[in-house]
Design a protein around this ligand. Structure first.
Ligand code: UTP
Length: 284
């Protein structure tokens, strides 16, 4: 079955980025001048996703508004002859249908994804975390290719330094060629990490994950964790890894956010040169 739908949970509290995220969702913080969530939807469009389901809450209304047409703004830009800006505003959702469901209490990633059960139905679907930005390539497309090859669930992976494995969900592989996975451990002690391969914010899951979540117990932080649900589903279905080609930025952390801004700015012809000379100056 084709992967047509993508669930992006954006109902977390963003506590690591307070006070900025007290009123502004971290997914709306701009990378240069584009909100992170818009970059995520650009990736989805490139991967052929037709429908994005945002899991939001009442404090995140501005994310939904960002993807709605704003006739007044468009008319003003048109009258002022600002056609380039008008184009930018018009292509915000990249022809992808954006729907939403609510998670009333932030009970964890698995609980957030569960809210999309009815909209997803009985088909395989993609999951992307709102704050895990991947620059270059199209990670989601690479994962979908792996899904289509093996017809199993897929986890987006990247190698992390061994001493930092305690920060991530770390997988254990059965086979180095197919990257078949038989276990995932959330934030292991460094000495217990089964590998240096971390699951980083991109997944393709079969709809049976919803049944697993219904019976899930709370895990780390007293929350319902997607990692625990996937670990359970691994006892019934196959999982494969996809070492995606792009560079990963955790924009939910200050350093990740700043690095992403610099790297995206260096891609911009209108900014690159001045930014480089500024950096050279301050590093003298
Ligand atoms: P994170 O754990 O990175 O987000 O969840 P968080 O909880 O908002 O961040 P901190 O640690 O407090 O700073 C990954 C993604 O899952 C969403 C978040 O919005 C984020 O995009 N999420 C998390 C939910 O939608 N609901 C939840 O209950 C938890």
């Amino acid at each position: 079955m084709q992967v047509r739908k993508l669930v992006i949970p954006v109902a977390g509290m963003g506590t690591r980025f307070l006070p900025a995220t007290k009123e502004i969702p971290k997914e709306m913080l701009p990378i240069v001048d584009v909100p992170t969530i818009q970059l995520q939807i650009e990736e989805a469009a490139k991967a052929g996703i037709e429908e994005v389901i945002l899991v939001t809450n009442d404090k995140k209304e501005c994310i939904l508004k960002h993807f709605k047409e704003d006739k007044e703004l468009e008319e003003k830009l048109e009258k002022a002859g600002k056609t380039a800006l008008l184009e930018k505003v018009r292509k915000i959702n990249n022809n992808v249908k954006v729907l939403s469901v609510k998670q009333t209490v932030a009970l964890g990633s698995a609980n957030a994804i569960y809210q999309a059960k009815e909209l997803v139905g009985n088909e395989p679907f993609a999951v992307m975390y709102g704050d895990d930005l991947i620059k270059g390539g199209c990670a989601l497309k690479e994962l979908i290719d792996v899904y289509n090859k093996y017809n199993g669930n897929v986890i987006g992976l990247q190698q992390v330094p061994h001493k930092l494995t305690y920060k991530y969900g770390i997988v254990s592989l059965v086979d180095e060629d197919t990257l078949e996975i038989n276990d995932i451990v959330e934030k292991p002690k460094v000495e217990d990490a089964p590998s240096d391969l971390a699951g980083l914010g991109r997944y393709i899951l079969n709809s049976e994950i919803f049944e697993v979540i219904e019976n899930l117990k709370t895990g780390a932080g007293g929350e319902y964790q997607l990692t625990d649900a996937m670990k359970e589903l691994m006892t019934k279905q196959k999982f494969y890894g996809c070492k995606f080609s792009g560079t990963y930025y955790d924009i939910g952390s200050q350093l990740g956010y700043i690095k992403a801004n610099i790297m995206y700015a260096l891609d911009r012809d209108d900014i690159k040169e001045d930014l480089i000379s500024f950096m050279k100056d301050i590093l003298k």
